[in-house]
Design a protein around this ligand. Structure first.
Ligand code: HPA
Ligand code: ZN
Length: 334
C-alpha cells in the first residue's frame, strides 16, 4: 500500500470528468422538482439501485435520462459547483471538464446557458477554492458529423472558455474516422483534441484517434495494450491516457480491480492518469479511484506520485503553470 495519507496529500489534476456524470442522485431529484421533470425514481436509494451496468450503453441510457433534469443556467452552475467542491476536497488543483451540449440542446436548453452556468461555477471555484479549470466540449459519436459541425460552429464564439474538443458516447460502431473533417476544422481553429477510444472499441479505434483525428490525449485507451506497436507509438509520441478505474470496473471493461492495467501502462512508459469519468454513477471521485487501485494492486509511493505527476504533465496548461504545479507536487510528495 502507498504511504497512509499520500493520495490525499498530493495535488492532482482531473482530466476526464463528464460534468453530467457528476450529477449526484440527491441533486438529480432536487432539479427534477425545481424544473417539473418526471423521473422513474422517487428516492436516492431507487436511483442508486438502478445503477447496475453490463456495458457502456447500459450506463449511457441512464446518463441521458439523468441529465434531462438540467434546464437553466443556474442548474448547470449548481451541478458544476457541487463537482468542484468535491474535487477540491480531494486536493484536485486543476480540472478539464467535459460537457455534452448535444445532450441538452434537443430539450430547448440554450448553448449559452450550458456554457454560462459551467463558467459561473469555474469562476467561483477559481476565486474561492483555488482550482483552475477549462472546458472540453464533446461530440456525441452516435450522432452524425453534420451535427458535430453545428456544435463546433457554436463553440467558435466561446474559444476563450473552451480549450478543447472531445468525442464520447457509444463507442462500438462509431469509429473516430466518422469525425475526421470536424476534428480537422477544430484543430485549424486552435482547439486541443481528445477522444474516447479503446474503452470498448478495438485498438484500431485508438490508431484512428491518433492518426486520423490527431488527438493530443486518449480518453481511456485500455484496449491499446492489446497492440504492441500501438503501445510503442503512444509511448514514443507521449500521448497521455486518461484512465478511469472505477468506471472500468462498473462498465465491465475489467472484471476485477486486480486486473486493472494501470501498472502495465506505467511500465510501458505511458503517461497514464487517474480520473473519475462519471463519479456519481461509478461510486467515487479522484481519490477513491486512486484508493481502489492501491487496495487492489498495492501501489508503491512512487507509482502514486508518478500518476499524480502525469496528471499535470498531461494537462492543457502553460509551461510556467505546469512547472509550478510540479514543484508543489514534489514538495507534497516529501
Ligand atoms: N464513455 C463514453 N461516453 C461517455 C462516458 C464513457 O465512459 N461517460 C460519459 N459519456
Ligand atoms: Zn468518459
Amino acid at each position: 500500500m502507498a504511504r497512509a495519507g499520500l493520495i490525499n496529500a498530493l495535488p492532482k489534476a482531473e482530466l476526464h470528468i463528464h460534468i453530467e456524470g457528476s450529477l449526484e442522485p440527491s441533486l438529480m431529484l432536487d432539479l427534477a422538482t425545481r424544473n417539473n421533470v418526471s423521473l422513474p425514481f422517487s428516492s436516492r436509494e431507487e436511483v442508486l439501485a438502478a445503477y447496475q451496468f453490463d456495458q457502456l450503453q447500459d450506463f449511457l441510457n441512464l446518463y441521458y435520462q439523468g441529465m434531462s433534469v438540467l434546464r437553466s443556467r443556474v442548474d448547470f452552475r449548481d451541478l458544476a459547483t457541487a463537482y468542484l467542491a468535491r474535487a477540491a476536497a480531494d486536493n484536485v488543483k486543476h480540472v478539464e471538464i467535459f460537457f455534452d451540449p448535444q445532450g441538452h440542446l434537443p430539450r430547448g436548453v440554450a448553448f449559452d446557458d450550458v456554457l454560462g452556468g459551467l463558467n459561473d461555477a469555474l469562476d467561483d471555484a477559481a476565486r474561492n477554492l483555488g482550482i483552475s479549470g477549462h472546458l472540453i466540449m464533446c461530440f456525441l459519436r452516435h450522432l452524425d458529423e453534420v451535427d458535430a459541425e453545428r456544435m463546433l460552429d457554436l463553440a467558435l464564439a466561446h474559444k476563450d472558455r473552451i480549450i478543447g474538443i472531445g468525442l464520447d458516447s457509444s463507442e462500438l460502431g462509431h469509429p473516430p474516422r466518422k469525425f475526421k473533417n470536424v476534428f480537422r476544422r477544430a484543430r485549424d481553429q486552435g482547439f486541443h483534441l481528445v477522444a474516447h477510444a479503446g474503452e470498448e472499441g478495438p485498438p484500431d479505434y485508438v490508431w484512428e484517434a491518433i492518426e486520423i483525428l490527431g488527438v493530443d490525449r486518449i480518453d481511456h485507451g485500455n484496449r491499446a495494450l492489446e497492440d504492441r506497436e500501438l503501445v510503442l507509438r503512444i509511448a514514443r509520441d507521449k500521448i497521455p491516457l486518461t484512465v478511469c478505474p472505477l468506471s472500468n470496473l462498473r462498465l465491465c471493461v475489467i472484471d476485477d480491480m486486480r486486473e486493472h492495467p494501470i501498472r502495465r501502462m506505467l511500465e510501458a512508459g505511458l503517461i497514464a492518469t487517474v480520473n473519475s469519468d462519471d463519479p456519481a454513477y461509478f461510486g467515487g471521485y479522484v481519490n477513491e479511484n486512486f484508493q481502489a487501485l492501491d487496495t487492489a494492486l498495492d501501489l508503491t509511493d512512487d507509482e502514486v506520485i508518478a500518476l499524480a505527476r502525469n496528471s499535470f504533465e498531461a494537462a492543457f496548461i502553460a509551461p510556467d503553470e505546469k512547472a509550478r504545479a510540479l514543484a508543489r507536487l514534489a514538495e507534497a510528495a516529501g
